[in-house]
Ligand binder design. Sequence first.
Ligand SMILES: N[C@@H](CCC[C@H](N)C(=O)O)C(=O)O
Length: 304
Amino acid sequence: MRVSTAPLRFAKGHGTQNDFVILPDPDADLDLTVDLVTVLCDRQRGLGADGVLRVARAGALVAAGVLADLPTGVAPDDWFMDYRNADGSIAEMCGNGVRVFAHYCRTTGLVHDDAFTVGSRAGGRPVTVHSFDQSLADVTVAMGPVRFDGPGAVGIAGRDLTGEAVDVGNPHLACVVDGLTPTGLAALDLTGPPALDAERFPRGANVEILTVPQPTDGRDGVDFTADLRVFERGVGETRSCGTGLVAGAAAGLRRLGRGEGVVGLSVPGGAVQVTVTAAGAFLRGPSRLVAHGELIDGFAVDQR
Ligand SMILES: N[C@@H](CCC[C@H](N)C(=O)O)C(=O)O
């Protein structure tokens, strides 16, 4: 755990209620241990969050040995989103996290342009900040390619479901369920962990359940709408998951025999828009910053 006595600064934010503790650490000085992440994310002992976003220069993370190399499309001076799940595990990408990260960089003056690249373990992710103030931003993330990895099965919510394994930098199983209504989706019990075949999913997977996308009249440039819930690897059910929304949109379009389209998705935490093209996917949605603060020294010591 961190030995420095300087107070640990943080911010708190969320993207469609997928919430994060943001730790500014430009030179990657912080020893971001599993214990530190889990106590920060604990909703009783810490600040409470689905994950942690460390804000560091990519080159500093390489120098500190946190990253072995710079991922594709990431330059040493790029701001890198060092993402950790609430259980302390490392994930390759976080779509909602990138929106919140970009908002944080913009409001704190780390970045002075509206278009820049955020580093992630899955590679560089170009962002466009359409609008922002201290509290709210509207951000599009170029999420890169969407790769289908074949069919998969899962036991979840007392049901056996099949879906598409989808790689969006991190692994997903997106289950588009025939006949499922938004009300039926809302009634599912997602408190228990999904049963996944460990040989089929050696890295585990985030599991999405969604309704079959329905066509719209093209209003707001959206071709289809669907409702989605997600059980995240390393977290549990969250109110939104950006990479999961991209995986779900791509699987939903595929179910309709389409490789491209714009899907408006509703999740328990809000709504986003996903554009799937042959070249890659784009995720557009809100970011909210809710606090900037300082942790009290010793906060991470065993608390009872
Ligand atoms: N909430 C994220 C995804 C975070 C990582 C995920 N739990 C994993 O382990 O892959 C998002 O918005 O994409």
